[in-house]
Design a protein around this ligand. Structure first.
Ligand SMILES: [Zn+2]
Length: 468
């Protein structure tokens, strides 16, 4: 049993085909090397007292052949086959009728793939529908590493499961074969099309072993999936959710098979705030009721929001009375990120808690919800109107879990609240008060155009309540 790196290490120039070898193409002839005459060895011209005097060394032609054979072997082991043409150069970032937002999303995915190809570390997961470009990006990473002379294995998961089923049987004494060991320990493994394959439990178990082995050793792995996280094996899912090790890139190009891989759509209300852009924000500089301090504060809040929108880092909290403009600023940031092609989720907290209450009960065995997961993992999230909800302790706990995950993962998140920070859930408060990860902006201005303080929020959620 040899691993690919051992096989490659074993390749010495002596093992390279010699000009005097037996195959017809290598027989001395017109292509015979003028330096070594086809022997593959040369004796360097050295002084008699040199320790290497008289020793033959590989000729350049032999070294070239060895390198070519090494590349050939690497390519064969990679199993990339027809995917060799899927490189970064051939990845089309626009076209095919994509919207500007989709093109920017593809650009973002492309850049993350390139960064991983340069320095493969941890796991990179591409999620998206058929035709979204995820396989191309995964193959491009593999081809890139291969061109650098690195060993790579590209495995299509359903094929791999077929192979595992055919090669092993649970009763067989054969432990692992060479191919399985190669997949386990490949310096870079690409698993294409991980998902809801129907296979024997035994083959599924083997697949889990591969991933668990690589997870425990933090071996660079690229995975593409076209299913939702809640549809895959629980043990595997928990590893895919390890934020220290796994980066998720969600491709937003529509699935050409017509499936809608968008669990969060029902809760995402950004579309209702499309007109809340920076351009349309009223700085209220001429409003007679505002003090100079309030005007300056509003300008500062606006300036900070614009800066944050350009490169969101950590958390941002807008705190102020109803109608002061905090939701507009949060939505303006979200709309800006959305226009950059980033997947953005805008959720009104009371809506989210309604959803949680409707979907779960504390006694329910269901502990996983796709929408909740999408909110939690969103690359950019706005949680609007935090702190007014009258929720069950259990729903509050879920909300805290979302926030804590995003805090630990340092995922950009914008909150708006009309509550004093001191009155929020203490566990949330302590995270918001961490100045290294969160900026709190108190908006001092009163409600816009005479809206009463503490009036009910003019948010659309009241009319959108779930009707289950
Ligand atoms: Zn030669």
């Amino acid at each position: 049993m040899r691993r690919i790196d051992e096989i490659l290490k074993g390749m010495t120039p002596d093992a390279a085909p010699k000009g005097t070898g037996g195959t017809p193409s290598e027989r001395p002839g017109e292509d015979t090397c003028p330096i070594c005459g086809g022997t593959g060895l040369v004796v360097p011209d050295l002084p008699v007292d040199h320790p290497e005097f008289g020793h033959a060394v590989p000729c350049q032609c032999a070294l070239r052949k060895m390198e070519a054979r090494r590349q050939e072997l690497l390519r064969k082991w990679s199993d990339l086959g027809a995917l060799s043409r899927m490189t970064f150069d051939t990845f089309v970032q626009g076209g095919r009728g994509h919207t500007p937002a989709q093109q920017r999303n593809l650009q973002m995915a492309y850049e993350r793939a390139r960064a991983f190809a340069e320095h493969p570390q941890g796991w990179l997961v591409f999620r998206g529908g058929f035709g979204s470009g995820k396989t191309h990006l995964a193959a491009a990473i593999a081809n890139y590493r291969l061109a650098l002379g690195e060993a790579v294995v590209f495995a299509v998961v359903p094929d791999l499961l077929d192979y595992l089923r055919a090669s092993f049987s649970p009763t067989s004494d054969t432990p692992f074969d060479e191919r399985f060991q190669t997949i386990l320990d490949a310096p870079l493994l690409v698993l294409d099309d991980l998902g809801t394959q129907s296979s024997t439990p035994w083959a599924q178990e083997k697949l889990f072993q591969v991933l668990n082995h690589r997870y425990n050793r933090r071996q660079p792995t690229v995975i593409t999936m076209n299913c939702e996280l809640d549809e895959i094996d629980l043990r595997l899912r928990s590893r895919l959710l390890d934020v220290d090790m796994v980066e998720h890139v969600v491709l937003q190009v529509p699935d050409y098979r017509g499936a809608v891989p968008n669990g969060v759509a029902e809760l995402d209300t950004l579309a209702l705030y499309r007109d809340m852009t920076f351009d349309r924000f009223d700085l209220r500089q001429g409003e007679p009721g505002l003090t100079a301090e309030q005007r300056e504060n509003l300008r500062d809040a606006f300036g900070f929001a614009k800066k944050y929108a350009q490169s969101p880092d950590g958390w941002l909290v807008f705190q102020g009375v109803y109608g002061c403009g905090k939701t507009h600023l949060a939505a303006a940031i979200a709309n800006y990120r959305h226009a950059q092609g980033e997947p953005v989720v805008f959720v009104v907290v009371p809506d989210l808690l309604d959803h949680l209450r409707a979907t779960f009960s504390p006694l329910s065995p269901v502990s996983y919800d796709r929408r909740l997961e999408e909110v939690k993992m969103a690359q950019f999230l706005v949680l609007d109107d935090l702190g007014t909800e009258s929720a069950t302790p259990w729903a509050r706990e879920k909300l805290y879990q979302i926030c804590n995950y995003r805090y630990l993962a340092r995922l950009p998140t914008v909150f708006t609240t009309s509550q004093e920070i001191d009155k929020l859930d203490p566990r949330l408060r302590i995270r918001m008060l961490d100045a290294t990860r969160c900026t709190i902006i108190n908006i001092l201005a009163p409600a816009y155009r005479g809206q009463a303080r503490n009036a009910p929020p003019q948010t659309p959620y009241a009319s959108r309540r779930r009707t289950r």
